[in-house]
Each structure stands twice: as structure tokens, then as C-alpha cells.
Design a protein. Structure first.
Length: 443
């Protein structure tokens, strides 16, 4: 049989797309392989969100092109979608947009017969990518579940609406059916993803968020599983969610809230409505309702409007909010976004250099806070999902509820006989840097 290899770049939502592509390719007669040297077709499912991601996408594509000159190589995903009309890449055997993944078998069929480059960017129904994925790219026991596509927030710096389009919420019954299938397949950790989980359903007739209702329904399904929520916009955080989480033990009290900044001189040009006081208030309300809540955020440096006063306000916000986890990144000036014209490239480069210095100070400040926050887990017992036994050692790498896949610290468990995907009880006995040290209580 023909074999296909899929290289997935970018975010978890793109990983879901890659898993869908793998299933569709299998339906078209292909076998998925984890080795590109074995494949007849290599698909690079790209990210196109910021400049660094675009560079990584092209570097990855050309590494495959140069390494496997005789294989068919497809450039797919966000980069292909965003620049479909402009992109000139004769080295690609096919270019495929991501608005309707159901056309992937058609692309593969055309690729087999075509002598030149195949280009396909269907703009039909962005909900048609829904399918029961048979090949998950996460570690055993964990999976991402996408509940919507696109975004209506229109933040000034963000290219997502250019790539993914406006918000399209998936039908609730489709999501429930997919969650039920994941649980039946032994998935313990269901990670809900979207550009903004809280916006789920706001594109429907009455404009109301249905996210709290949705997560409540998923939590009501039978089986041994937990739900992790990733990406909730702070300006429209659904406060009724706190009550739903407090009475559902299957919903982890973990909140990923991308605040981006704290000062109005930065947030208003971003087209965001918050400020330091309202964001700190949100953090405190969450912790008052859920004392064990873990809060992660991302903060952006270098956006137009940021000066010394704004940066100092951001440092104050970090001190007051005491976030459990924080990631930071430098603003990327993206063409066709509203922020593109806010300053010249020369001004952007100068601001970028200053922001890079500020970023080091911000991350050092946050690292001390994270280490302090981790101390509250010591001496307590938690359920952990084993990710990887360490070969030749009686220990394994795992995660507890406070640690999301790929972005947070890890838990190192001392014990014997653990396998990837095991659900175990552990006792936390120390903080080691940004990780936790634990002992296995039972297998």
C-alpha cells in the first residue's frame, strides 16, 4: 500500500487537523507511517501565525525536499491557506489549504495522476473536517478535542481570522459523539481547544456562549477521564463556568487565559478591553471559587504603545496575579493585520530589541513566582498521567492536573513498572526547578 508521513507544526488545533488528514488519507488507501524515509507522500502541515512560525514551516519543507528529492511533498495548513494566492513554491508537488479538510483524498488522487503542481484551496464548509480520528499524535492517554474553528475577536495583532476565518462553532452533538469515542478508546485527558473556548456558540442566533453547558455535558459522560480547558479570552470569560467546574470533579480547575498585557496603552490598540485591575480581579475570583485553581497565561512584549510605564505595569500585574504558569513572546508585525500600519519596520525592529531585554526580566520575575506557587503541591497526593518511563531507571515522566501537555513543567515519579498512558496515584515530595518530584503510591 502507499504510505504517507505527516509532519505537524504549530498549535494543538493544527495537530487535530493533522490527525484528521491522517484518517482521511487512510480512507483514501494510504497507510500512515512515522518514518518519512518510508513514505511515498510527505505532508507538512504548517503554521502561519507569526514570522518565526512561517520560517519554521519553510525550513521544515525544504529539509524534506532536500532530504527526499524523489518523494511527493505537500505544503498544507495555515501557511498554505494564508498565502495560497501569492505563494510560488515550485518545489512543492501540491499546495493544500485548510478550510475544508474533506477534500484531502481528492488532492491525493490528483497528486497521483498529475504531472505538475496540484493546488487546492476549497472554501466550502469549514465544519466538514469533522471526523472520528483514528490516529492521535498526542502521547497515550491524552487527546485534543477542537470545539470550534476561527475567531470573531479581531485582535489587532492577530492573523488567525485571515487564516481560519470567522468563528464557526461545531454542533454540540458532534462534539459529544467525538468525546464519547475518545473515552471509549481509552483517552483519560481530553484537552478542549479553540481560538477561544468561551466564545463557543456565540456565532449562533442568540449570540450567547454555550461553553459552560457544553463542558458540563461532556463531564456527564460515563468513563474514567478528565477535561482540561485551553484558551479562554479574558475579556469575555464566562463566569458561570466556575460553578460548573466546582461541582464536576472531571473538569480540571486549570485555566489558560491569554491576558497578553495589563496596561491600557497597549491593550486598547490591541482591541482588548481589560487592564491590570480587572485582570487581577478575574484571577482572584477564580481562586476564591476554586482554591486549587491553576492559571496559565501568555504575555506579549513589544506591541505598539508599550513604553517603560506600560512594562512596569506588566511587572506589577505579574506580581499581583501570581500566575502559576506564564509564557511570553515578542510581537510579530504581520501584514494585513490592523496593527501592521501602526509603525514602520524600522520602528518595529528598534522596539523589538528593547522588548527582548524586557522579556528576560519578565521571565525571571515569573520563574520565581512559579517556583513559589509549586510549593503548595508538596506533601499532597494527586492522580498523574504517565508520559514516558525512563529507560533503565525506576522512574517515569508524568503530569498532574496542574501541568498541561508540552507547555508546563513535569512530574518525575520514583517507582517501578510504569508504562506510557498509565494513570497512577503519586505523592509529591519536592519542587525541582519548575518540575515536581513524586513517589509512586500505587500502580
Amino acid at each position: 500500500m502507499k504510505k504517507i508521513y505527516i509532519e505537524s507544526l504549530g498549535c494543538a488545533k493544527n495537530q487535530v487537523d493533522s490527525e484528521v488528514l491522517a484518517t482521511l488519507a487512510e480512507d483514501a488507501g494510504y497507510t500512515l507511517t512515522s518514518r518519512p524515509d518510508e513514505a511515498d507522500v510527505i505532508t507538512v502541515n504548517t503554521c502561519g501565525f507569526i514570522e518565526d512560525a512561517k520560517k519554521e514551516a519553510l525550513d521544515t519543507f525544504f529539509s524534506f525536499r532536500n532530504g527526499y528529492p524523489d518523494k511527493k511533498i505537500i505544503l498544507a495548513g495555515c501557511l498554505a491557506q494564508r498565502y495560497f494566492d501569492e505563494i510560488e513554491l515550485p518545489e512543492a508537488d501540491a499546495i493544500f489549504g485548510n478550510h475544508d479538510l474533506s477534500f484531502f483524498p481528492q488532492l491525493l488522487d490528483s497528486l497521483e495522476r498529475a504531472e505538475g503542481q496540484v493546488r487546492l484551496c476549497p472554501e466550502t464548509d469549514r465544519t466538514k473536517h469533522d471526523c472520528m480520528r483514528r490516529h492521535l499524535m498526542s502521547r497515550k492517554g491524552s487527546a485534543y478535542l477542537k470545539i470550534s474553528e476561527g475567531c470573531n475577536h479581531r485582535c489587532a495583532y492577530c492573523a488567525i481570522p485571515l487564516i481560519r476565518g470567522p468563528l464557526v462553532s461545531r454542533p454540540e452533538e458532534d462534539i459529544i459523539a467525538e468525546a464519547r469515542g475518545l473515552i471509549a478508546d481509552g483517552v483519560y485527558e481530553i484537552n478542549l481547544v479553540a481560538q477561544d473556548l468561551g466564545a463557543y456558540g456565540t456565532d449562533w442566533e442568540d449570540g450567547k456562549s454555550r461553553f459552560s453547558e457544553l463542558v458540563d455535558r461532556i463531564a456527564g459522560l460515563e468513563g474514567n477521564f478528565v477535561i482540561r480547558m485551553l484558551y479562554i479570552h479574558p475579556d469575555t470569560f464566562p463566569m458561570d463556568l466556575l460553578e460548573v467546574v466546582s461541582r464536576n470533579r472531571k473538569i480540571l480547575p486549570y485555566f489558560d487565559i491569554p491576558f497578553q498585557h495589563s496596561h491600557p496603552s497597549v491593550l486598547r490598540p490591541m482591541r482588548r478591553t481589560g487592564d491590570r485591575k480587572t485582570y487581577v480581579s478575574l484571577v482572584r475570583r477564580i481562586r476564591e471559587a476554586l482554591p486549587d485553581a491553576v492559571i496559565r497565561s501568555t504575555l506579549m512584549l513589544g506591541f505598539p504603545g508599550e513604553d517603560e510605564e506600560a512594562f512596569n505595569d506588566l511587572l506589577r500585574f505579574v506580581d499581583e496575579a501570581e500566575l502559576d504558569w506564564m509564557g511570553s513572546f515578542l510581537y510579530s508585525r504581520e501584514e494585513d493585520t490592523p496593527a501592521w500600519s501602526m509603525r514602520s519596520q524600522k520602528e518595529h525592529d528598534r522596539a523589538h530589541r528593547k522588548a527582548a531585554r524586557w522579556q528576560k526580566e519578565l521571565e525571571a520575575r515569573q520563574e520565581a513566582i512559579t517556583c513559589s506557587r509549586l510549593e503548595r503541591f508538596v506533601g499532597r497526593t494527586f492522580t498523574a498521567l504517565v508520559e514516558e518511563p525512563v529507560k533503565g531507571e525506576d522512574l517515569a515522566i508524568a503530569r498532574i492536573y496542574s501541568q498541561a501537555p508540552d507547555v508546563d513543567g513535569l512530574t518525575v515519579i520514583m517507582g517501578e513498572g510504569m508504562r506510557e498512558g498509565d494513570i497512577v496515584n503519586v505523592g509529591i515530595r519536592a519542587v525541582r526547578g519548575l518540575d515536581l518530584e513524586a513517589v509512586l503510591i500505587n500502580g
